[in-house]
Design a protein around this ligand. Structure first.
Ligand SMILES: Cc1cc2nc3c(=O)[nH]c(=O)nc-3n(C[C@H](O)[C@H](O)[C@H](O)COP(=O)(O)OP(=O)(O)OC[C@H]3O[C@@H](n4cnc5c(N)ncnc54)[C@H](O)[C@@H]3O)c2cc1C
Length: 319
């Protein structure tokens, strides 16, 4: 039976399945702009379906590179740099970028050491998508909902050009222009050392246009550490959402550090967070709406963290 012309399938892309990062990078160099690296393909697919970008001629699937799916606790990982070996520091969890969000969520390491990341993963899409969507793909979009949580956890990214690996903080990588010829080979989470009697509280909140299974309008994450007398010993705050590139709110962090919580401080925090958080408008939510939402969430979560540090008492901070 003949197929009507208009129903003939469009030309399908070639799918390449390299067995190593080196081979993947060689293919990328060979095909240039005509190729795209694919992990789970869930983000790319939405872009092709919505006409944001065209299906490329060549897809370079990372799915057959086992090293990219590993998950380990590295005490002293040695990497090759300029022909020499380098120690990477004390204790990290190293996530292979090809781990699905479901795998990240069910891992004992995440459950024990990175509950904030677990919470962030649970806010992405639905379980069926999370079985395919990867942690590396989420970060490489530069707008994924995991990023604010990873920023607060001081994550580092490991990138390869096919020969050498380089490692830099996620924050620095986001602030620079992405190099499309590099492949991400790891996400490192330094394990936090507990400090004496101080008490840490973390939060992660995603606000969308409906309760669940929704793209974020604003995503915030934070970690506050309190001294026994209630003074904020350290503050880590990050915000993103929509197509804005998430970032740490360094000015808001500096404002809080070393201060006792007060109504005046929370008020100042609102205006500093509003000024510093990035927002990109769309047809549904403008810049002011997104910034106000981010500032509101940060202030209310900091207040809740302070209350939590005092055992949940209902007293309000002094003015
Ligand atoms: C219905 C639906 C709902 C969604 N909801 C959310 C949501 O709530 N929050 C959210 O953050 N996202 C959401 N997404 C987007 C997407 O599922 C996630 O961001 C996901 O984690 C992306 O991972 P992936 O493996 O599918 O990436 P892919 O689509 O395979 O790749 C994403 C980008 O990263 C690049 N890339 C991937 N891996 C590497 C690597 N190792 N090195 C270099 N480049 C790489 C690709 O070239 C591409 O540019 C949703 C998607 C769908 C279809």
């Amino acid at each position: 039976m003949s197929i009507p012309m208009q129903r003939l399938p469009e030309q399908q892309p070639s799918v390449w399945q390299p067995a190593s990062v080196k081979e993947a990078i060689q293919l990328q160099k060979q095909w240039g702009d005509a190729a795209v690296v694919v992990a789970g393909g869930t983000w790319l697919r939405t872009r092709w379906e919505n006409g944001v970008s065209a299906v490329p001629q060549h897809l370079i699937s990372l799915g057959r590179i086992p090293a990219l799916k590993s998950l380990s606790m590295d005490e002293r990982r040695v990497v090759l740099k300029d022909g020499e070996h380098e120690l990477m520091g004390p204790l990290y969890i190293r996530y292979g970028p090809l781990l699905s969000l479901s795998a990240v969520m069910t891992s004992e390491l995440t459950r024990e050491h990175a509950p904030l990341l677990l919470q962030a993963c649970a806010e992405v899409a639905a379980p069926s998508i999370r079985n395919m969507a990867t942690i590396g793909g989420n970060v490489m979009t530069r707008t994924g909902d995991l990023i604010p949580a990873l920023l607060v956890l001081d994550a580092q990214v490991v990138l390869s050009d096919g020969g050498q690996e380089r490692k830099l903080s996620l924050q620095a990588w986001l602030a620079a222009t992405a190099d499309p010829s590099e492949i991400m080979t790891g996400i490192l989470l330094p394990l936090q050392a507990t400090t004496g009697e101080s008490k840490s509280c973390q939060f992660y909140l995603k606000a969308g246009r409906r309760e669940a299974f929704t793209p974020s309008v604003v995503t915030v994450a934070g970690e506050l550490t309190f001294q026994p007398d209630g003074t904020i010993a350290s503050a880590k705050l990050a915000a993103g959402g929509g197509t804005a590139i998430p970032a740490r709110l360094t000015q808001a962090e500096a404002l809080l550090t070393g201060q006792p919580l007060s109504k005046a401080l929370l008020k100042k925090l609102h205006s500093v967070a509003y000024e510093q958080c990035a927002a990109v408008p769309d047809d549904y939510a403008g810049i002011a709406y997104r910034k106000t939402t981010a500032a509101n969430l940060i202030v209310s979560e900091c207040y809740k963290a302070w209350r939590g540090s005092k055992g949940g008492g209902a007293d309000a901070p002094e003015s």
